[in-house]
Ligand binder design. Sequence first.
Ligand SMILES: [Zn+2]
Length: 166
Amino acid sequence: MVTGLKDEDLKKVYTVTYKPNAKYGYSAGQAYSVFLQGLKDGKILGRRCNKCGRVYVPPRMYCEYCFRPTDEWIEVKDEGIVMTAVASFISWTRERLETPEIVGVIRLYPSRDNDFVYPGLFHRICTTYEKVKDMSIIGKKVKAVWKPKEQRVGSINDIECFKEVE
Ligand SMILES: [Zn+2]
């Protein structure tokens, strides 16, 4: 039999409020270092597999379909199609948001015919909650909104969001 916790059970729990002073360092690695430098320069770079024509964005040094290393860096367009979208009313720090943050996966357009960009970039989408709720944002064409060049630091946030193209 399963029984829920009673209020008095919860009061028995001893809690400590503690704010750790944790600092993290993260090495971006071979693929992401080039990718992030590309963003600083206002370019979205992917890794192309010359066997199957997949262009990996985010970049991968290995083609998971051909079981071989990818071959070259290639710029893709900063436009694409919304594949998934979700509206979050909870911030990263767990506060309730009045205006939801909308994020999703964008499949970018290749810069050359016969290539296809895979699997897609996870990013913010500048759109309304209504378009997420009625799913009309899915399949829409969007374009990157870049930060001004002097504010770019080589981060995924060098792109503010992807905004619908009319
Ligand atoms: Zn391949």
